[in-house]
Design a protein around this ligand. Structure first.
Ligand code: SPQ
Length: 429
């Protein structure tokens, strides 16, 4: 329970950052490298704890994974290259690892047990265990497969036709990964577009998948071939500095090589709508995962409404958007975001509770929050509650605080951004 004294009362941020690799794409690079045939190489892999948990699970499943200074090398041998683990698979704090791994293990004819940390133990798994059971996997877990520990014995799978009850990249990805092992064509229908890194990666590894009007079709039995995966910077990590640059006076920050997949750029849309001085200075959209450099300057902001289909495009950025809204003119309303309740923490509760401690005017609603702008933030002792995104949001909030701020459970930040404080300190003038 490390407590950290945060930097406060900052008058200027200036400089350039190379944003670390995208967490979602890093996880998937290890998974696809493991189920493809041949030697996959990954550059700019995120060495955050969540992605290291994914590496550790695949090593326990018999996959040789080498880590060098420059790249990650994964020696895959198709789905059949995965072997029954003789140890428990520990996913740590990572929802992506457990849910996507269940999709892969559903088609493997062996037994595995999956566990995670206390936060994972509270996150719902039936959203994947139920449809995977329908496809033919034998899965059990605490409270009838709702929570970890979860055991799974996979095998021969039937294809599925499934309408997702909530927009979720993790659920659709688990079903796509199981669908790749089923006999026949699986169809997954999304109520709104969630991040599509799995779909893009299938194509990158030489496979086929069709996306049309919210319907995804994948055929089982495809042979995937090793690829080189250049991971772009994580827009969810860049988000903390986009907001910091906009709200700290007299600032200008350049964020290099940020992933700009349109299913992830909701924060840019919202910041532009709120009046932020944000500019894309280069844009490579001819690759599997588009990326570019972004400049952000101190901005005069106005409140907005964030709702509907935009929510899945910025779901992980809502904590930092809430902070942004405390500095805008007028009110910001965030709706349709019930999914926040089942993240590493209940992010509606933790955002509201912790920002209030710093003097923000913010109230929780059933499906989001209402934030009043123009708040002068004060100071106090706050907690990440073990949630990396809450910890980073509070560290950015502290920059505006007049009094001392102490952050409890600061180490949670290493889940997705191990060098966050080095980057932040390099910008402080
Ligand atoms: O992996 P994990 O723990 O679920 O991480 C989070 C995060 O804030 O980093 C969510 F708490 O990101 C998810 C994201 O919310 C990563 C993800 C993915 O890589 O597929 C998809 C989103 O979750 P979901 O439930 O909407 O599919």
């Amino acid at each position: 329970m490390a407590q950290l004294k945060l930097k406060t009362n900052i008058h200027k941020l200036f400089g350039e950052l190379n944003i670390p690799g995208d967490k979602s794409i890093s996880h998937r690079s290890v998974m696809f490298g493991s189920i493809a045939h041949g030697k996959t190489t990954v550059t700019n892999f995120l060495p955050g704890e969540d992605c290291l948990s994914t590496i550790s699970c695949f090593r326990k499943l018999g996959i040789k994974i080498e880590e060098t200074e420059e790249e990650l090398i994964i020696h895959g041998n198709g789905f059949d290259g995965l072997k029954e683990p003789n140890e428990i698979l520990d996913v740590g704090n990572s929802g992506t690892t457990i849910r996507l791994l269940l999709g892969i293990l559903a088609g493997r004819p062996f037994f595995s047990t999956l566990v995670g940390d206390r936060s994972i133990g509270k996150r719902p798994m039936t959203r994947v265990t139920e449809p995977l059971t329908k496809m033919g996997a034998a899965i059990d877990g605490r409270e009838h497969g709702l929570y970890t520990p979860i055991s799974i014995r996979g095998g021969k799978l039937n294809p599925i036709h499934y309408k997702l009850p909530v927009p979720s990249a993790q659920v659709k990805s688990a079903l796509i990964l199981a669908g790749l092992q089923a006999e026949g064509e699986s169809v997954i229908i999304e109520p709104a577009a969630a991040r599509d890194h799995t779909e893009r990666m299938i194509r990158m590894f030489g496979g086929e998948i069709h996306q049309e009007n919210g319907s995804i079709t994948v055929t089982g039995g495809q042979r995937l071939t090793a690829a080189h995966v250049p991971v772009p910077g994580d827009i969810s990590s860049a988000a903390f500095f986009l907001v910091a640059g906009a709200i700290v006076p007299d600032s200008e920050i350049v964020l290099k090589n940020v992933g700009l997949n349109p299913t992830r750029t909701g924060i840019i849309e919202v910041m532009k709508k709120m009046g932020a001085a944000i500019e894309l200075i280069s844009n490579q959209d001819d690759t599997f995962e588009p990326s570019g450099d972004i400049v952000i300057k101190t901005s005069k902001l106005t409140g907005t409404v964030i709702e509907g289909d935009l929510i899945p495009k910025l779901i992980d950025e809502i904590p930092i958007i809430a902070l942004l809204a405390t500095q805008a003119e007028g009110q910001t309303i965030i709706k349709d975001a019930e999914e926040l309740k089942v993240k590493e923490t209940n992010r509606i509760d933790t955002v509201v509770q912790e920002l209030k401690k710093l003097g923000a005017s913010i109230e929780a609603t059933e499906d989001g929050m209402i934030i009043n702008g123009n708040s002068q933030l004060t100071g106090g002792t706050v907690s990440s509650h073990g949630d990396h995104r809450i910890g980073m949001m509070l560290s950015i909030a502290a920059l505006l605080c007049k009094h001392d701020v102490f952050l409890e459970d600061a180490e949670a930040i290493s889940v997705s951004y191990p060098n966050f404080f080095t980057h932040l300190n390099s910008l402080i003038q």
